[in-house]
Structures are given as structure tokens and as C-alpha cells.
Design a protein around this ligand. Structure first.
Ligand code: SDX
Length: 353
């Protein structure tokens, strides 16, 4: 038995390589820090999906099709939380294995998330604008104003940084569903259903809750000591694969630095980070627990004015590119995923004669 399948090689993939010992992430041959600095969400879609759809158009045409699909996304005011709104919206997408379904899924996300966020602010949803990029249009639909170039760059940096990451729990869930030939919409819904857990993609919101609770650097040591003594986990720290610093943390810090009014918040977060790392190393000397992607994700999405209730769905929007690519790879090169289990239950009761 291998708890958590920690040592199981479940697939060969050309999509991403997560090197936990060296703290390195390669996505289709590109270093994540290079992609984060220059690629858009649409660029990442073309990069990840290349080779998996025979009818994939050139990158510029794909970006236009994503814009058109965004504008065609049915949406309405909703009282649902953002994860429910996204799952509901994705459930309406035709559940095929084709490119139109892939485009519809990733294009719908910003529309559904913005509508759900505005409903929680008692504001009506705003119609998508197909002439804008996905990141620019999401920020416009959310805030009701044009986004600045720095904001658009920062959101693209985030969406690209988290677009794929090996066989993490949500991607593995998507591959399992794709392996039954259920369809890409089902695979994406499986992905977000796994992602929402606090041990996975549900962590960024609680990172801000932790920073709010600590309130100022002088409180960090006492608060963290108390949390660890209670056996609580520090959100934004630790990782199943990375034994050193998650390379995405610094890619996001670099993006955050371009946003105004984050200097003070960043300095506070860095102070908390250092205290947390010291305390984790003291308590778990045999297990290197370093920062993961979620810590600076929380700061960056907060700096973009995105409500923390939307953080997981923003993660799902970016990672939908990877879920779709892995689903297609599983269909193309894999087989039905069906591991075995060992029965440790009661023996059958002998029938009375
Ligand atoms: C993501 O897999 C991926 O690639 C995921 C992801 C992606 O891009 O898809 O990178 C995104 O999910 C990042 C992780 C976000 N989650 C959090 O930040 C939540 C806090 N972190 C953890 O709960 C934890 O670190 C996990 C779940 C991420 C990893 O846990 P593991 O690999 O199962 O490690 P473990 O539970 O075996 O922990 C080993 C020890 C334990 O101590 P003991 O119980 O043996 O005494 O380390 C401790 C843990 O308690 N520990 C922590 C800790 N993480 C592990 N202690 C305090 N705080 C933490 N964050």
C-alpha cells in the first residue's frame, strides 16, 4: 500500500516536470519563471494543448476563439458561491473530448466567477467583451472599470504560473475521469471538486485569514507557535513534492512587485514567512517544509482586488488548461485508471446449515 500514492508513477507526460529536490518546474520545455514573466493565459492554452487537438489553430486564432466563447457564455446573477457557480456553468458545457468543449470550459470561467463575485457584492453581472484578453476582461467584469497594464500582467503571471503542475490531486482526478471517456467537462468538474479542498487549492484564502489573525510582525511568533502546538497546518507551507522552496512563490512575488500599494503588505508577509519557516524547521527537522505557491498567490490576488472567496475558482480557471491537456493525454496514451485494493474487512460468515 502506498498512502497517497506518494511513490507511484501513474503516467508518462510531456506536459510538466515538477522537480521537488531542486525546486524546478518545467512546462512543455519552458521554465515556469520565464513563462510567468512573458506569457498570457491564452499563450499557455496554446502551449499546453499543442499536439492534443488536431484542429488547434495558431495561437492568435485560439485567443480570438476563447474571446468569442467568453462572450457566448450564458451567465446570470447567482446567489451561489463561486465554486458552485463554476461547477454549475461547466455542467452546461457539451461534454465532448473536442476543442470546442475545451475552449468553452476555460472561456466560461472568468464570466462565471465575475458574476458570482459581483452577486455577493449586490452588483449585477457585466457582459463579457470579446475584444479584450481574458485577464483584462475578467478584471473589467469584476471591478466595472478597465484594468491597468500592470494588473493584467500580474493576473496573467498568476494564471500561467499555476496552469499545470504534474499529477497533483486535481489533475489526477481529471485524468481518472477522462480515462473512462466521460468527456472534458466531466474531467474539469472532477478537477475543481478536488481542488477546493484546503489541503490543495483551497489554501490561499486561509493564508489571508492567517495574516489577518497575526495582524503585525511582532505577533507572528506567538501566533504561529500556538497554531503549531494545536497541530494546525500553516496554509501556504509544505508540499508533497517540493523539499525546497516552490519556484512559483518567487515568480508570483516578482509579479506582485509591479503592483502599486503592496510594499507594506509584502514586507509584513515576508516577516511572517521567515518566522513560519524557522518554526516549521524547528518542529520538523527531518521534513523540510518550505513555502508553497499559495502564500504569495494570496497576496497577489488580494492586490488585484479579487475577493478571497474567489481564490479557488481563479486557481481552477488557470489550472483548467492543465486539466484539459492531461485529460487529452490520458485519452491518447493511457488506459482506464483502475488500481487494486487489499480487503481487510470481515471474513464471510458461514451460512447456517
Ligand atoms: C497545492 O501537489 C501539488 O502539486 C499541489 C499544488 C498544485 O500546484 O497543484 O502545488 C497546489 O495544493 C499546494 C499546497 C497547498 N496547501 C497548503 O498550503 C495547506 C498546508 N499544507 C499542508 O497541509 C501539507 O503540507 C500538504 C497537504 C500540502 C502536503 O502534505 P503531505 O505531503 O501529505 O505531508 P504530511 O501531511 O505527511 O506532513 C508531514 C509532516 C506532518 O507532521 P506529522 O503529522 O507527521 O507530525 O509535516 C507536517 C505534518 O503535520 N506538515 C505541516 C505542514 N505541512 C506538513 N505542519 C504545519 N504546517 C504545514 N503546512
Amino acid at each position: 500500500m502506498d498512502a497517497g500514492l506518494e511513490h507511484v508513477l501513474a503516467a508518462e507526460t510531456i506536459l510538466s516536470d515538477v522537480n521537488g529536490a531542486e525546486g524546478r518546474l518545467i512546462i512543455r520545455g519552458r521554465k515556469v519563471e520565464d513563462l510567468a514573466a512573458e506569457a498570457t493565459h491564452e499563450d499557455a492554452a496554446h502551449l499546453l494543448w499543442s499536439g492534443f487537438f488536431a484542429d488547434l489553430p495558431p495561437a492568435s486564432a485560439l485567443a480570438q476563439r476563447i474571446g468569442a466563447a467568453r462572450a457566448a457564455t450564458p451567465y446570470q446573477a447567482t446567489d451561489a458561491d463561486p465554486v458552485t457557480a463554476l461547477r454549475r456553468g461547466w455542467a452546461l458545457v457539451p461534454d465532448t473530448e473536442g476543442l470546442d468543449t475545451a475552449i468553452a470550459l476555460t472561456a466560461a470561467a472568468p464570466v462565471l466567477i465575475a458574476a458570482a463575485a459581483r452577486a455577493r457584492m449586490n452588483l449585477p453581472p457585466l457582459a463579457p467583451d470579446a475584444t479584450l484578453s481574458s485577464a483584462a476582461d475578467f478584471l473589467r467584469m469584476l471591478h466595472g472599470r478597465s484594468a491597468t497594464p500592470a494588473e493584467i500582467r500580474a493576473l496573467n503571471a498568476y494564471l500561467v504560473t499555476i496552469c499545470d503542475h504534474g499529477l497533483n490531486a486535481s489533475t489526477f482526478a481529471a485524468r481518472v475521469v477522462a480515462s473512462t471517456r466521460a468527456g472534458l467537462a466531466s474531467a474539469a468538474i472532477a478537477g475543481i471538486s478536488a481542488l477546493k479542498g484546503p489541503l490543495h487549492g483551497g489554501a490561499p484564502g486561509p493564508v489571508l485569514d492567517m495574516l489577518d489573525a497575526i495582524a503585525e510582525p511582532s505577533q507572528a511568533e506567538a501566533w504561529i507557535d500556538a497554531a503549531l502546538t494545536k497541530g494546525e497546518r500553516l496554509m501556504g507551507f509544505g508540499h508533497r513534492i517540493y523539499r525546497v522552496r516552490d519556484p512559483r512563490a518567487d515568480a508570483l512575488k516578482a509579479a506582485l512587485a509591479h503592483l502599486p500599494s503592496t510594499a507594506g503588505r509584502l514586507a509584513f508577509a515576508e516577516a511572517v514567512e521567515q518566522t513560519a519557516l524557522q518554526k516549521l524547521r524547528a518542529r520538523h527537522p527531518a521534513r523540510s517544509l518550505d513555502i508553497n505557491v499559495e502564500f504569495y498567490t494570496a497576496l497577489l490576488l488580494e492586490a488585484l482586488g479579487i475577493p478571497r472567496t474567489c481564490f479557488t475558482t481563479i486557481f481552477a480557471w488557470g489550472r483548467s488548461l492543465g486539466w484539459i491537456a492531461h485529460a487529452k493525454e490520458q485519452i491518447a496514451t493511457g488506459r482506464l485508471v483502475r488500481p487494486q485494493s487489499v480487503y481487510v474487512g470481515p471474513s464471510p460468515i458461514a451460512r447456517r446449515a
